[in-house]
Design a protein around this ligand. Structure first.
Ligand code: SAH
Length: 408
């Protein structure tokens, strides 16, 4: 990557950069006897309230000579660097995070010189789309090449309830080695940066037609999000920033972090007052079976995970979802269902049964639909809330990790 990712800049860094570049700019203009025009009122992001001091600092009559022509105007603008800077920051953020433009050129209400200088220093996209599979009716998957040549996958899912869901990866590869999963087959390469995850969201948003926007985010792609907690959290906080704050405005309740179940990470999320939804990939009702299909369990055990989940619930008042990938002949027996009942009776949980999506080269197969129905009934009869989630996207190797593997 020759230029720095613009998305990696936080607001303070952006403000500093603007201050430094505009100082040079202003000084040059000053010595040349020019006047720096104040922002045109049409430049103002509509969400900046007059009370913030930004809108009120801009004359209502933008054509008045005091606004644009006189030396007074220039002195004023030079005296108000913070105001101007904050105004620019929110203007630019609105373009990058809310509108999701991929070039600085498209930021039509910025001065040309600023757009040029931003383009010279930064890039808005560090990924390249290597492959785009699928259809809007089913699911669409992108294989993205990162700045260092590594590859990740992300998926866009649409349903008839007008949900538009971005399923994003949190790591290149995964260290968890779940026996049935394509991603874990080759181990982990590195964590994704928060801005790389944000870019996945933007890339998926770009697949939607004009007028449609992403409504949900699930961190259920490649990787273990709680092994990269700070970056994942930062990316999601950014995506959930309200539209009033120039954000994407995807409400925290529409965002789900799916974890293999790392108790310390779950507790840390609880301490952070996590507003996002938490899903734990359980997949087995006892340690013996879980140790075999989810090796990370050998270090934790189900009990510790359930205690951490309870702590999360108490701290955040958010009910935890437990995912259970149903593997034909492995964890789909009525006795497994009854064991699950004794684990969850009386607990505030929702269980999602996910029929397995086969992965080439792995010895697992999907369950019969009648087996899944029977499994689900046993849970329901015991008063446990359960949902069967058919994974979309079989045509696009939607079990994450498959496309990346098939291309290497
Ligand atoms: N590491 C995290 C998130 C990535 S996996 C986790 O373990 O939750 C996201 C979900 O997809 C997990 O529940 C995982 O078990 C499930 N999954 C992975 N491969 C699958 C497959 N081939 N078929 C169905 N679900 C799968």
């Amino acid at each position: 990557m020759s230029k720095r990712s613009f998305l990696s800049l936080d607001d303070t860094e952006l403000a500093t950069w603007l201050a430094e570049s505009s100082t040079t700019h202003a000084a040059a203009l000053c010595s040349a006897g020019h006047v720096t025009p104040r922002p045109n009122t049409s430049d103002l992001p509509s969400e900046v309230p007059a009370a913030s001091g930004i809108a009120s600092s801009v004359p209502s009559d933008s054509t008045s000579p005091t606004a644009f022509g006189s030396p007074t105007a220039h002195r004023e603008s030079a005296c108000e660097p913070n105001l101007r800077k904050n105004f620019r920051v929110s203007q630019i953020r609105r373009w990058t995070d809310q509108v999701g433009v991929s070039t600085f050129e498209a930021m039509s209400n910025l001065p040309k010189a600023l757009r040029e200088s931003l383009s010279k220093t930064f890039t808005l996209r560090t990924t390249t789309v290597l492959e785009h599979q699928g259809t809007p009716e089913d699911a669409e998957k992108l294989l993205l090449q990162l700045y260092d040549g590594e590859r990740i996958e992300c998926v866009l899912l649409r349903d008839d309830k007008e949900h538009r869901t971005a399923c994003i990866s949190s790591q290149v590869g995964c260290a968890m080695h779940c026996a049935f999963c394509a991603t874990g087959m080759d181990g982990v390469v590195r964590n994704l940066e928060s801005w790389e995850m944000f870019e996945e969201i933007l890339r998926l948003g770009e697949l939607l037609p004009a007028g449609e926007r992403l409504t949900h985010i699930v961190v259920m792609g490649m990787g273990e999000p709680l092994a990269n907690l700070s970056n994942v959290y930062a990316a999601l906080e950014r995506a959930s920033r309200s539209e009033d704050s120039n954000g994407m405005g995807i409400g925290a309740r529409r965002i789900t972090i799916s974890t293999v179940g790392i108790p310390s990470g779950i507790r840390r999320l609880a301490e952070l007052g996590c507003r996002f939804h938490l899903a734990i990939s359980l997949h087995a009702p006892n340690d013996e079976l879980r140790d075999a299909i989810v090796p990370a369990n050998q270090a934790t055990g189900i009990e510790t995970i359930l205690e951490a989940a309870q702590y999360f619930f108490e701290k955040t008042k958010r009910r935890v979802t437990f995912e259970y990938v149903v593997l034909g002949g492995v964890n789909d027996s009525p006795s497994c269902a009854r064991e699950l009942v004794s684990l969850f009776r009386g607990k505030p949980a929702l269980i999602n049964l996910i029929p397995y999506n086969p992965v080439k080269g792995l010895p697992f197969h999907p369950p019969h639909s009648s087996t899944v129905a029977e499994f689900s009934e046993i849970l329901e009869r015991a008063g446990i809330e359960v949902a069967i989630r058919y994974r979309k996207g079989e045509k696009i190797d939607a079990a994450c990790g498959q496309l990346r593997r098939n291309r290497t």
